[in-house]
Design a protein around this ligand. Structure first.
Ligand SMILES: Cc1ncc(COP(=O)(O)O)c(C=O)c1O
Length: 432
């Protein structure tokens, strides 16, 4: 079996330079089942990180749905097929609004690309607002939205960034609704700037749980002042549900529903096909008609019968295995466990999250809240050595990010917490 350095050399030779891997000691995974993955040496790891195998790695019902459809027929949407119709009907029934149509794509990036074009078709304007610590995908247009990995080419002159919400260090100094108003004021400033520059305002695009930003704690109604500003200016709100969607937050099926924020367009991807590349953009009949009449859109693989079968099986499993409720219960248990660890380990400055997306922000000093970004890297690497996979993210890259497959159990959470306790004991104080 080739060594990791040999495989890395081969990757660079075949895939080019600068292709990132996780961990100081990269993992060579060969198998997965439920919440577990195995490396090439047969070592087992508890997966606390991967949200794409949403209903569990290699879930038999999703595998069977893919195999059955792949051995029956796979074509594209220029032939009529009931797979896409049944799926879109069932998907749009999860919204508590008049979102009733969808375009199926292969990636979240494509879905966001279409969402921006929909907003442009409706408003006739191009200006887009996003947070300064997000990622919405990799197409030429969508990549312009990222302030953390800005592309070196292309035109981002129509993009304005607002400060990513941070409930631990809130804009204006006070968490809750004052923070919400401070955020809305920043969005208003960005809209004014777009209008003054002659570009005009088209859409605000946000992950409604701000997961790439470090999942700040936001109460219901937190986005209301912002959405009032957006609507008054004639813009649309695009909810990027690529990460918080499909019941992960435990309280509602979608991230925007948890905080009562009504989007005009919803995009989704990652967990939708449990690893099969399927994504979508959903919206109202009016917005869809404006888009379809402005752009002739076709996607060879988007909405093919195999993808629809995989996506439908994921919805079946979420429902039949009661995974939203599992996320609520296990997530609450795990967060309580993290709070208990915070009583012992000074480096844990804040514990937060919802359902099965949660974590702890590490600091070198609880009074100054100085980020322990290096310590977070050490913790993720040590956890990996001890057989538990997690990572870090957030505005300061110091927040442990825990986002396991949805069948994660109380026992799995306890194993993760015990390993984290031992890891923090082993590493000692966060000095960075
Ligand atoms: C919030 C968000 N939106 C969109 C995307 C892009 O999705 P994809 O990689 O399927 O194109 C990502 C990927 O990480 C994401 O985190």
């Amino acid at each position: 079996m080739p060594s990791i350095p040999e495989m890395l050399e081969r990757r660079t030779r075949l895939l080019g330079p600068n292709v990132s891997t996780f961990y100081d000691d990269p993992l060579h995974l060969v198998r997965g089942e439920g919440v577990w993955v195995w490396d090439a040496q047969g070592r087992k790891y508890l997966d606390c990180y991967n949200n794409v195998p949403h209903v569990g790695h290699c879930h038999p019902r999703v595998v069977e749905a893919i195999c059955t459809q792949a051995s029956t027929l796979n074509t594209h949407t220029r032939y009529v097929h009931d797979g896409i119709l049944d799926y879109v009907e069932r998907l749009t029934a999860t919204f508590t609004s008049d979102i009733s149509t969808a375009i199926m794509t292969c990636t979240g990036s494509e879905a966001n690309d279409i969402a921006l074009r929909m907003a442009e078709a409706v408003t006739g304007k191009r200006g887009v607002i996003a947070t300064d610590h997000t990622y919405h995908g990799n197409t030429t247009v969508v990549a312009q939205l990222s302030a953390t990995n800005p592309p070196t080419t292309g035109d981002g002159s129509h993009v304005r960034h607002v400060p990513a919400p941070d409930s631990y260090r809130p804009l204006g100094g006070v968490a809750g609704m004052p923070h919400a108003q401070a955020f809305a004021d920043k969005v208003q400033e960005a809209i004014d700037n777009l209008n003054a520059s002659g570009i005009g305002f088209s859409a605000l695009i946000l992950c409604p749980a701000f997961l790439n930003e470090g999942f700040p704690m936001l109460e219901a109604g937190w986005l209301t002042p912002t959405l009032d500003v957006v609507r008054k200016a004639g813009g649309l709100f695009i909810a990027d549900e690529v990460q918080p969607g499909f019941a992960r937050n435990g309280e509602a099926f979608w991230g925007h529903q948890r905080i009562n924020a009504q989007p005009d367009i919803v995009t989704m991807g990652k967990p939708m096909g449990n690893g099969h590349p399927v994504a979508a953009v959903a919206t109202t009949a009016e917005i869809m008609a404006a888009f379809r009449n402005s752009f002739r859109y076709f996607n060879t693989f988007g909405g093919n019968p195999v993808s629809c079968a995989a996506a439908m099986a994921v919805l079946d499993v979420i429902e039949d295995e009661n995974l939203q409720e599992n996320a609520r219960i296990v997530g609450a248990h795990a967060r309580a466990g993290l709070s208990k660890l915070a009583e012992k380990h000074e480096c844990i400055g804040d514990v937060r999250g919802y359902g099965l997306f949660f974590g702890a922000e590490l600091v070198t000093n609880r009074t100054t809240k100085a980020p322990a970004s290096q310590h977070a890297i050490r913790v993720a690497n040590e956890m990996r050595r001890r057989g538990v996979l997690m990572n870090k993210l957030g505005i300061h890259y110091n927040t442990l990010k825990i986002r396991p497959p949805m069948p994660f159990s109380i026992e799995d959470a306890d194993f993760m917490l015990a390993t984290l306790d031992a890891t923090l004991d082993h590493l000692g104080p966060a000095l960075d």
